[in-house]
Design a protein around this ligand. Structure first.
Ligand code: F6P
Length: 326
């Protein structure tokens, strides 16, 4: 008979890559679930960079008090180039051994999942939790931070609407998403935008300008165009659109404000459920998994499979945005 593995007793948690509202709720859920299950839990600062340097402290229930409503991540975050080398990975494994940490929860985007996979591949059980405002992780229907970011952008669009309508202008609002139009699509629908430009679909400026002109001819006096950062620069489009439509045009780059702010209830609940699930997996010595949400159920998927999935594009929602934007 094979020897039964004992339940894990010491785990670590880190946040990596771009921060996202709700990451703190995920940290809190990991810490408190681990304590509830009688495990020790360690917070690793500055993502994989801090891991390589042993920037680690034990956490207790109180160390995650008063953080639910805060954006960002109390553990700080970084994009660690050195961790992509074998030397960096080995350094991290040595640190984990020194601290007696047996499993790790990594909260972040797909870059962070590659780090989690690298540790799992070397026999160190690691679980990924999708935390990124971009919602560009294919294996899960939604990522932590997306709902809050969409609401932040919507608030900005509604404010810009006031001035755009008053001045009878066009405003191009550049939102985040280097490779993904998810934020742009969601906010174009929610904000009733007249146009949408995303990296997944080649932009047809002539068609866009034609639609603005047609709208004006029907009596529309102002327009809002949502542009995902990966599809172009708002400042450059400003001039082109003004010239071609003859309508006064302005550009707004929302930038990093989209990453901050109090997480929405939906993000806090999602993060709490995902954090709990991650600890349950580690408790049972299960690693190499990514926590996902499917049909509002929290499940998990193999990291390699998750990373190999071709990038998704929500064509249905994009079409809806286009149909409703006339
Ligand atoms: O991945 C999240 C994200 O906010 C992207 O939308 C954006 O392009 C990128 O991070 C910005 O990264 P950095 O914080 O490294 O400038």
């Amino acid at each position: 008979m094979g020897e039964e593995l004992e339940n894990m007793k010491k785990i670590g948690v880190l946040t990596s890559g771009g921060d996202a509202p709700g990451m703190n709720a995920a940290i809190r859920a990991v810490v408190r679930t681990a304590i509830y299950k009688g495990m020790k839990v360690y917070g690793i600062r500055r993502g994989f960079q801090g891991l390589m340097h042993g920037d680690i402290d034990q956490m207790d229930a109180a160390s995650v008090g008063e953080i639910l409503h805060r954006g960002g991540t109390i553990l700080n975050t970084a994009r660690a180039e050195a961790f992509k080398t074998e030397e960096g990975i080995q350094k991290a494994l040595t640190v984990l051994k020194v601290f007696g940490i047996e499993g790790l929860v990594v909260i972040g985007g797909d870059g962070s999942f590659r780090g989690a996979r690298d540790l799992s591949q070397r026999g160190f059980p690691t679980i990924g939790i999708p935390g990124t405002i971009d919602n560009d992780i294919v294996c899960t229907e939604v990522t932590i931070g997306f709902d809050t970011a969409v609401n932040t952008v919507l608030e900005a669009i509604n404010k810009i609407r006031d001035t755009v309508a008053s001045h009878e202008r066009t405003n191009i609002i550049e939102v985040m998403g280097r490779h993904s139009g998810e934020i742009a699509i969601a906010t174009a629908i929610a904000g009733g935008a007249e146009g949408i430009i995303i990296p997944e679909v080649p932009v047809d400026i002539d068609l866009l300008c034609k639609r603005i002109i047609e709208g004006r001819n029907r009596g529309k006096t102002s327009s809002i165009i949502i542009l995902a950062e990966g599809a172009g620069k708002a400042m450059e489009l400003e001039e082109i659109i003004e010239k071609r439509t003859g309508m006064e045009t302005r550009a707004t780059v929302l930038g990093y404000l989209q990453r901050g702010g109090s997480p929405s209830a939906a993000d806090i609940i999602l993060a709490s459920r995902m954090g709990y699930h991650a600890v349950e997996l580690l408790e049972n010595n299960i690693g190499n998994r990514v926590v996902i949400s499917k049909n509002n159920k929290i499940m998990d998927e193999d990291i390699n499979k998750a990373l190999a999935m071709p990038s998704k594009f929500n064509e249905e929602l994009f079409e809806l945005a286009m149909v409703l934007s006339i």
